[in-house]
Design a protein around this ligand. Structure first.
Ligand code: MEV
Length: 412
């Protein structure tokens, strides 16, 4: 690690901004120092992020079964993010060259239009409980509906028992609904639980299993089936929006309006072609996953949720939308399910995840979800702009060449 002192003057003055020209050309230790200055990291935090992925043998053995070692990913910092008027340096854990640069580049364009405006729903997770009605009479099926309606307040009250600490913080079971699954002759109960700053998978699954027992007694003869959360968290979504003037894209080789039109056309291609939509969304996830991973969250859950959301209208579509307003400004919107936590799981136990949350200013779960979708939108913008202009290989290969050199050096 660089042993330079933490001194604001040697970097970008006292203004707290994520706009850090020249950051990428600093040596790695100085980048860490500059990040430390921005986020008020102490030497211990810096030692963690510059330990190059080491987690203790004890933590490794606690996190998973049959552990034999660790697998490290580079942790990079995306610059230029202005979200709801606040500057963020965003930690991203990812192995693919050009991803962090593309996120920073996209955020720089968004900054020209005032940055990202983000919002999110309450952190409502959904649990599913399957009721099997095969061989039940029509009369009994109608009665089940009635029984569930009249028991609903008691079921919510029962489900909330034991969740007093969550309820004190504004969370808890908020609603119980159900829908028919006629193909299987089943009723599926959906339990809405506000899990506050936790991602909440364990809370939801525990409540589902607990409710299954009482619902089994309430409805004699009905077999209860699976009891598990859904990762399609339609009530836990985050949204990012940016409006960028065409002139921000002006280059000697391209007129600004040519670029914004090209981005819109690239989006239309994805809107009408599933093959392109898949790659387009891979680009969005290039932004989302690395922040989810850096903060110790479950990226398989967010991946599953986002892709299911992309297919919610019956065809698989691009996750973000790009359009032109009447002044030919480019408008981008990304709204997706985003179930991430800032407490629980490994978020505070994994030292790098904790340091990442500190770099972000210890956001709550809602704020973190908004940061994540802003990065997804920035990433998509960057990819579409490059594809509509010079193509992605130029930037990609420049950055990838370091990998190739290393391969050659090691005769791989
Ligand atoms: C590469 O990792 C991601 C892109 O293919 C995304 C896209 O095509 O939109 C560049």
């Amino acid at each position: 690690m660089s042993d330079k002192p933490l001194n604001d003057d040697i970097y970008w003055g006292l203004e707290k901004t994520s706009r850090l020209p020249g950051f990428h050309s600093l040596p790695i230790g100085e980048r860490a120092q500059a990040t430390g200055l921005f986020a008020k990291l102490d030497q211990e935090d810096l030692a963690v992020i510059q330990s190059f992925g080491a987690i203790s043998k004890e933590l490794t053995d606690t996190f998973i079964e049959n552990a034999v070692g660790t697998f490290s990913l580079p942790l990079g910092i995306a610059t230029n993010f202005l979200i709801n008027g606040k500057d963020y340096l965003v930690p991203m854990a990812v192995e693919e060259s050009s991803v962090v640069a593309a996120a920073s580049h996209g955020a720089k364009f968004a900054r020209a239009g005032g940055g990202f405006k983000c919002s999110s729903t309450d952190p409502i997770m959904t649990g599913q409980l399957q009721l099997k009605l095969e061989h039940m009479s029509w009369d009994y099926k109608a009665e089940i509906n009635e029984l569930l309606f009249s028991a609903k307040p008691d079921l919510i009250e029962f489900a909330n028992r034991g969740l007093e600490r969550l309820i004190e913080r504004g969370g808890g079971v908020k609603d119980i609904e159900w829908r028919a699954l006629p193909e299987l002759d089943q009723i599926i109960i959906h339990i809405s639980i506000d899990t506050r700053d936790a991602m909440g998978a364990n809370i939801v699954n525990t409540v589902c299993e607990k409710l299954a027992k009482v619902i089994g007694k309430l409805l004699p003869g009905v077999e209860t089936g699976l009891r598990i959360l859904t990762n399609l968290t339609i009530h836990r979504r985050a949204r990012a929006e940016c409006i960028i003037p065409a002139c921000a894209f002006e280059r000697p080789e391209y007129r600004g309006e040519q670029v914004t039109k090209g981005i819109r056309e690239a989006w239309l291609f994805a809107k009408h072609d599933i093959y392109r939509a898949t790659t387009n969304n891979k680009g969005v996830m290039n932004g989302i996953d690395p922040v989810v991973i850096a903060t110790g969250n479950d990226w398989r859950a967010t991946e599953a949720g986002c892709h299911a959301w992309a297919a919610r209208n019956g065809s698989y579509e691009p996750l973000a939308e790009w359009s032109l307003d009447s002044n030919q400004n480019l408008k981008g919107v990304l709204e997706v399910p985003m179930a991430v936590g800032t407490v629980g799981g490994v978020t505070r136990l994994h030292p790098t995840a904790r340091a990442s949350l500190k770099i972000l200013g210890f956001p709550n779960a809602k704020e973190l979800s908004e940061i994540i979708v802003a990065v997804g939108l920035a990433q998509n913008l960057s990819a579409l702009r490059a594809l509509a202009c010079e193509g992605i290989q130029k930037g990609h290969m420049d950055l990838h060449s370091k990998n190739l050199q290393l391969l050659r050096k090691n005769h791989i």
